[in-house]
Design a protein around this ligand. Structure first.
Ligand SMILES: [Fe+2]
Length: 585
C-alpha cells in the first residue's frame, strides 16, 4: 500500500490531502480548522485530519508532495536579478520564503509529536503550475486534454500550458515573472478599494454594473502576444522593482500595494476603502473583467489551435473567475471543460500528490473527482447525539428540536419551510473541498423571493449588496432554465438564465441576467437532490438559493460551529443530518 500526503504549505489557502494507492481519501483546507480565512502556513490541522480519516500515523506515509519547487527556473531568476537589479529587500524576502521549504517533514513531525527518525516519507517538491495543471487533468474524466493554468505567481511563473495524455503532462508554454494576469486583476481589485486577500471575486461580481469603457487604458496594462502569452505595462506595477510586502506565515495572508501612482494618473484616483462605489468604479471593474477575458481567450484560442484538442482542463487562481469560465464554449472552440473544485492554490495539494503517485507507481489513471465531499464528516446518529447534548442551550434560546423519521419526511418538511420563506442552515455529511459550499455546509433559501438577498444580508451575511447569490439546480433541468448546458458540479461557471425565467428566480439572477449555478445529481448528493426535487414539487422551481454556511468567517466545519452560527444569526432552521432545530416565532 502506498500513502501519499499532498500539501499546499507556506502559502495562502494552505491545505492537505491524502491518497491511498492513487485514490483520494481526504482533503481539506487549513482555514476550516484554524477558523482564519485563507490561513497561510503549514497545514498541520488538515494533515492531522487526513491521517485520522485514514486511521494512520505520519510514520506510515511513504511520500509527501508539496506544490512548490524553489529550484525551478533558477536560470530565469538569476537572469531577472541581473537585468533588472531588483531591490535587496525583494531578493531577501524571496530567499526567506524559499528557505521555509525543505523543512516541512521536520515541522510536521514536531507538530504531530512523532519522533523525526520514525518519519520515513520522502519529500517531493512539485513545480507550482505543474501541480495546478495536474490538480485538474489527473482527476478529470479526460484521457487527453489541453491544459492551462493561470494565476498570480508560483515558482516564478504566472501561467503554464500544455497537453495531458494518460498520466503524462507535456508542458508547451509559460509566462514568467514579472508578467501576470492574476497580478493585473489583483492590482485593479486593490485600486477599487478591496484590500483583503482573495477579494478579486468582488470585482467580478461588481463588473456587470458597469460598461467596459476603459478598455483602451487596460490595454496599456496588459499586452497580448502572438504565442498566447502576455506582458504587463510594468510602469503601473511595483512588484517587479520594489517588491510587494507579503505576510504569509502562520495566519491571515496580507499583500501590500501592487500598483504605482502611474495607475492613478491613468485611471483617476483610487477608491478609498469606505468611499461609495460609483459608475466610474463600475466601468473600471467591467473593463478589467473584459481585459482578463480577452487575454484568457487569446491564450485558450492559441492552445486550442496548436493542440487540436477540444477538451480543456483549467486551473490556477484565475480559474476561479467563473464568469470567464462560463464563456469558454461561446468564445473558444473547446467543447468540454473540467474545472476542479479547488482551482486555486489549495488544489495544488491534490495536483502535487497525483504527480508523485503517477511518478512512483507508473499506474494508469483510475480516480475521477466528481464530488467535493472530502472533508470531516458526521453521521446522522453523531449529529442527533450532538443536538441532544446541546438541548439545554438550544431550548434556552427558545428553539425547538425534532428529528425526521426518514429522508422523505425530512426533505418535505425542509422544502415546505423554505417555500414559506425560511432561511435554512443545512449541515450534512462531509465538508466540501474547495472554496464553495455545495450542499453539505450550505445556507439555503427560496430563490423566488426578490427580497431574499436583502433578508440574507440583514440576517446573516452582511456583505456588499452588489454581490449575487447562487442557484443550485437539478442537473436535468439546466437546459430549461439556462442558455447553456453542462455539468457544473463545483459552481465554477456562470451561465445566462433564460430571459423568460429570470423573473421567476430574482434572488439568484444577477443584474446582467446571469447565475453562478451548481448542477446537482442524485448520484453525487442524494439528500440535497431530493430536497431540491421536493421544493420543485411544491413550487415548480427546481432551484434553491445556496450560499456558504458562515458569517464573516471560514465555512463551518464542525456541528459546534454550525450551531454557534445559527444561534448568533437570525437563521430560521438548522438541519443537522435528520435533526431539525427550529427558531420559535
Ligand atoms: Fe497558484
Amino acid at each position: 500500500m502506498t500513502w501519499i500526503l499532498g500539501l499546499n504549505a507556506y502559502h495562502a489557502d494552505s491545505s492537505a490531502c491524502l491518497l491511498r494507492d492513487g485514490e483520494l481519501l481526504a482533503a481539506a483546507e487549513e482555514e476550516r480548522f484554524r477558523r482564519v480565512k485563507h490561513w497561510a502556513g503549514l497545514p498541520v490541522e488538515a494533515v492531522r485530519y487526513c491521517l485520522a480519516e485514514a486511521g494512520i500515523g505520519l510514520e506510515e506515509v511513504d511520500h509527501v508532495a508539496i506544490n512548490r519547487d524553489p529550484k525551478a527556473h533558477l536560470f530565469q531568476k538569476a537572469l531577472f536579478a541581473f537585468k533588472r537589479r531588483p531591490s535587496l529587500g525583494l531578493i531577501r524576502d524571496r530567499l526567506a520564503n524559499a528557505a521555509k521549504v525543505g523543512s516541512p517533514l521536520d515541522e510536521l513531525a514536531a507538530a504531530l509529536s512523532v519522533p523525526r527518525d520514525r518519519v520515513r516519507a520522502r519529500l517531493h517538491p512539485v513545480e507550482h503550475h505543474l501541480a495546478h495543471l495536474a490538480s485538474a487533468f489527473l482527476v478529470s474524466p479526460f484521457e487527453e486534454a489541453a491544459l492551462v493554468s493561470v494565476d498570480g505567481f508560483g515558482d516564478f511563473l504566472s501561467a503554464m500550458w500544455g497537453v495531458g495524455h494518460g498520466s503524462r503532462i507535456e508542458v508547451r508554454g509559460r509566462v514568467f515573472f514579472p508578467h501576470s494576469l492574476g497580478l493585473f486583476y489583483q492590482a485593479i481589485t486593490q485600486y477599487l478599494g478591496f484590500w483583503s486577500y482573495g477579494d478579486e471575486y468582488k470585482v467580478m461580481g461588481f463588473a456587470p454594473y458597469g460598461r467596459p469603457t476603459r478598455l483602451p487604458e487596460m490595454e496599456r496594462l496588459v499586452q497580448l502576444h502572438p504565442d498566447g502569452s502576455y506582458t504587463l505595462g510594468l510602469d503601473y506595477f511595483r512588484h517587479h522593482a520594489e517588491g510587494v510586502e507579503m505576510v504569509w506565515q502562520g495566519g491571515y495572508p496580507e499583500v501590500g500595494r501592487i500598483f504605482t501612482p502611474a495607475l492613478e494618473e491613468l485611471l483617476g484616483p483610487a477608491r478609498k476603502k469606505d468611499e461609495a462605489l460609483d459608475e466610474r468604479h463600475a466601468d473600471i471593474a467591467a473593463s478589467a473583467q473584459a481585459m482578463y477575458e480577452r487575454a484568457l481567450f487569446h491564450l485558450l484560442d492559441i492552445v486550442q489551435r496548436e493542440t487540436g484538442l477540444d477538451r480543456l482542463c483549467l486551473a490556477g487562481g484565475c480559474a476561479m473567475n467563473s464568469v470567464a469560465n462560463g464563456k469558454v464554449y461561446r468564445r473558444t472552440r473547446f467543447r468540454e471543460l473540467y474545472l476542479p473544485a479547488a482551482a486555486g492554490d489549495a488544489g495544488g495539494a491534490i495536483g502535487a500528490a497525483f504527480v508523485v503517485w503517477h511518478a512512483v507507481s507508473q499506474a494508469p489513471r483510475r480516480f475521477v473527482m466528481d464530488r467535493a465531499s472530502w472533508g470531516p464528516g458526521w453521521s446522522d446518529a453523531d449529529l442527533a447525539r450532538f443536538v441532544e447534548r446541546q438541548r439545554p442551550a438550544i431550548e434556552s434560546e427558545g428553539c425547538t428540536i425534532e428529528t425526521a423519521p426518514d429522508d422523505r419526511a425530512l426533505v418535505e418538511k425542509v422544502a415546505a419551510a423554505i417555500a414559506e420563506g425560511a432561511v435554512v442552515g443545512w449541515f450534512q455529511g462531509r465538508m466540501e473541498w474547495g472554496p464553495r459550499a455545495l450542499g453539505n455546509r450550505s445556507i439555503l433559501a427560496d430563490p423566488r423571493r426578490a427580497d431574499m438577498k436583502d433578508v440574507l444580508n440583514l440576517k446573516i451575511k452582511r456583505r456588499e449588496s452588489f454581490r449575487p447569490f447562487a442557484p443550485a439546480i437539478l442537473r436535468e433541468r439546466v437546459a430549461d432554465w439556462f442558455e447553456e448546458e453542462d455539468d457544473v458540479p463545483f459552481m465554477m461557471q456562470v451561465f445566462q438564465v433564460r430571459p423568460e425565467r429570470r423573473g421567476q428566480v430574482p434572488a439568484t439572477t444577477h443584474v446582467d441576467g446571469s447565475g453562478r449555478l451548481q448542477t446537482v445529481t442524485r448520484a453525487a448528493n442524494p439528500r440535497y437532490y431530493d430536497l431540491i426535487a421536493a421544493f420543485e414539487r411544491r413550487t415548480s422551481v427546481p432551484i434553491l438559493l445556496n450560499t456558504s454556511f458562515n458569517e464573516n468567517e471560514p465555512i463551518v466545519c464542525r456541528p459546534e460551529e454550525a450551531l454557534d452560527c445559527f444561534l448568533r444569526t437570525k437563521m430560521d432552521l438548522l438541519v443537522l443530518g435528520r435533526t431539525i432545530v427550529r427558531r420559535a416565532g
